[in-house]
Design a protein around this ligand. Structure first.
Ligand code: GLN
Length: 191
């Protein structure tokens, strides 16, 4: 069973995509639900709003423990929550993914845009839907870059943790979620 954190943001789109790929999915709104799932998706939204909610509801520590041991996929705000270091402004996080990430890094004019990335997930470029996207400004040694745009990593993986600065759930291409399901099946990284 895969959980999608459903506090805010486009969790429904992740749920439909995963179901389309044959997974069983539940929306997670309470910390005790973490006991019943095998993996989690942290969707886009506003990372500071997520943090406030998680802190207020005694959810943050339990989620931290979960993402320290189980497969997790974070998109956009979810990637910000997973990152070890957050800037613009600095902010607390779950701190499990060895990257430095800069919030709202594409400036106001480029708030939202659609681009393409070269990817290790296959020949075809990946469509990137950016919505007030963060930028991964550095990656640690154990971090594999799965896709880049203009030289910047946009999809990365460290063991059972994957993060995207874009919104694959809003494109037709299913490769990114497929990759996550493979990771869940194998319990860790796939090559
Ligand atoms: N701008 C948001 C943040 O900094 C992320 C945007 C998104 O998730 N689409 O948290």
């Amino acid at each position: 069973m895969i959980g999608v954190l459903a506090i805010q943001g486009d969790y429904e789109a992740h749920k439909s995509r995963l179901e389309q790929l044959g997974a069983e999915v539940t929306l997670v709104r309470k910390p005790e639900q973490l006991d019943a799932i095998d993996a989690i998706v942290i969707p886009g939204g506003e990372s500071s709003t997520f943090l406030n909610f998680l802190e207020e509801h005694g959810f943050l520590e339990k989620l931290k423990t979960f993402v320290s041991t189980k497969p997790v996929f974070g998109t956009c705000a979810g990637a910000i929550l997973l990152a070890k270091n957050v800037e613009n402004p600095p902010q607390r996080s779950l701190g499990v993914l060895d990257i430095r990430i800069r919030r709202n890094a594409y400036g106001r004019q480029l708030d939202s845009s659609i681009r393409e990335a070269k990817t290790k997930l296959g020949e075809m470029p990946l469509e990137l839907v950016f919505i007030r996207a963060p930028k991964i400004v550095s990656t640690g040694k154990g971090v594999e870059v799965l896709a880049t745009e203009s030289g910047d990593p946009v999809l990365v993986r460290q063991g059972r943790i994957m993060a995207a600065t874009f919104h694959p759930e809003l494109s037709h291409d299913t490769r990114v979620h497929q990759e996550f399901l493979k990771m869940v099946k194998n319990g860790h990284q796939t090559r």
